[in-house]
Design a protein around this ligand. Structure first.
Ligand code: PEP
Ligand code: CO
Length: 450
């Protein structure tokens, strides 16, 4: 039985991560303004991504999803965006080499502005204020004024998303032609790596393959190939998501979230019967579901039956995030349950969110070795069980930050203070992200040869 759905039915369900806007009239007026604006993405782009995800589910394509834990309005700047696209593009070329598959790039960007929090309040020196929930909801400054949820921020966030996406679309048309050539990449970290010879072999192989292709085609890859990037974010703030949920012409009764191509449900808001699942079940976008250690096999199948009763290929991506020490215990029962239920999903490994640790001084960090370990185990577990790891999901930046420890330069706790910029989760920096791609490529090419 399918219960009737509209972009508003989630309002009748219990909602995690709840907070209140103090002024209901201001909220209504912001939502009316948002509803009247043109969409950010189109239903045909969304359907193209869904068909690519269907290929990933079948093992014919690989998904690279990555970007900031939380975008900030102030980071809507050309160099920040360009660097993020560049690292995703380079990683994707390395992964094409490793997997021998086409790679779809999905950014955590152009709308990743709302964050789930573990506590509703933050206390400093005896003063308690609402927690910062992302630039889309309130301000980060520790004052009553900044921390009060402001619906006008949704309009600003929508504008920032549009500016980001506009720049991405312009660059995708040809601004990255040269980046196909690894000789133009910054690879100075490689000489510090234990596996430097192996890294250079992969980089050279990528360069040779591209030069061969260009010689045969008689023109540069950058001229031939528009570089697509799809957008994604955690669809946490349902008022915002619902305001741009449309039933476009000639799409029958299909409704699309036109804020982003690929919204996902966070690990904290995926309760069956909750508001977020109610919203997601009615939209036609491909959707991600974060899956952490508390997910039970039966619960997962109930969730899949609710979100994807027709078992539409490409519809569901399960983004698992257990931690290096937990994946062996928690992933296999879920894979087996999905296999028994004969469901089609893309399995995607997020090796970040189960591996967060705190330093002595209270900074959040992640160890490169734990991230790699969870990924390596993910490839092995899926191979052993006869399922397919179709993608990877990272928190990363194209800049030279120092937030995660480890990697070729051996960043340690003392280095973190140097350039720690994240206000939420720690990200891989440019070098760590590229090195991670080289290591996965190596793993995938060894698997192919086995
Ligand atoms: C995130 O992706 O930033 C996040 C909060 O993840 P999760 O829902 O998996 O904890
Ligand atoms: Co995060």
């Amino acid at each position: 039985m399918t219960l009737s759905w509209t972009p508003e039915t989630w309002k009748t369900k219990p909602r995690e991560q709840q907070f209140n806007y103090p002024d209901p009239t201001a909220l209504q007026s912001a939502l009316a303004e948002l509803q009247a604006l043109p969409p950010l993405v189109t239903s045909w782009e969304i359907e193209t991504l869904k068909s690519q995800l269907a290929e990933a589910a079948a093992g014919k394509r690989f998904i690279l999803q990555g970007g900031d834990c939380c975008e900030r309005f102030d980071d809507c700047r050309s160099n920040v965006i360009t660097n993020k696209l560049k690292i995703l593009l380079k990683m994707s070329l390395v992964l094409v080499y490793g997997s021998n598959k086409r790679v779809t790039r999905v950014g955590r960007f152009a709308g990743q502005y709302a964050k789930p929090r573990s506590a509703a309040l933050e206390t400093r020196d005896g003063v308690s204020l609402p927690s910062y929930r992302g630039d889309l909801i309130n301000g980060i400054e520790f004052t009553k004024e900044a921390r009060t949820p402001d619906p006008r921020l949704m309009i600003r966030g929508y504008g920032r998303s549009a500016l980001t996406l506009n720049f991405i679309r312009a660059l995708a048309e040809g601004g990255f032609a040269d980046l196909h050539h690894p000789e133009l990449w910054d690879l100075s970290f490689v000489e510090h790596a234990e596996k430097s010879k192996e890294y250079m072999e992969i980089v050279n192989a990528v360069g040779n393959a591209i030069r061969f292709f260009e010689t045969v085609m008689g023109s540069s890859l950058g001229d031939l190939n528009r570089i697509d990037f799809y957008t994604s974010h955690e669809a946490l703030l349902l008022e915002y998501e619902a305001a741009q949920t449309r039933n476009p012409p000639r799409r029958g009764d299909r409704w699309y979230n036109l804020c982003t191509h690929f919204p996902w449900i966070g690990d904290r808001t995926r309760a069956l019967g909750g508001a977020h699942v109610e919203y997601f079940r009615g939209i036609a976008n491909p959707i991600g579901v974060k899956v952490g250690p508390s997910m039970k096999p039966d619960e997962l199948i109930d969730l899949l039956n609710t979100l994807d009763p027709e078992d539409e290929p490409g519809r569901i991506t399960l983004i698992h995030r257990f931690g290096a020490g937990k994946i062996e215990k928690f992933l296999p029962p879920l894979v087996e349950a999905v296999q028994r239920a004969e469901k089609t999903v893309v399995w995607c490994c997020d090796p970040m969110h189960g591996n967060t640790i705190s330093t002595q001084s209270g900074l959040k960090t992640r160890d490169f070795a734990d991230i790699l370990s969870e990924l390596t185990q993910a490839f092995d577990i899926h191979a052993r069980l006869g399922s397919i790891l179709g993608g990877v999901h990272f928190e990363l930046t194209g800049d030279n930050v120092t937030e995660c420890i480890g990697g070729a330069r051996g960043l340690c706790e003392e280095d973190l203070g140097r350039a720690y910029e994240s206000d939420v989760d720690p990200r891989l920096n440019y070098e760590q992200a590229l090195e991670m791609a080289l290591l996965i490529a190596k793993k995938m090419s060894l698997k192919r040869q086995a």
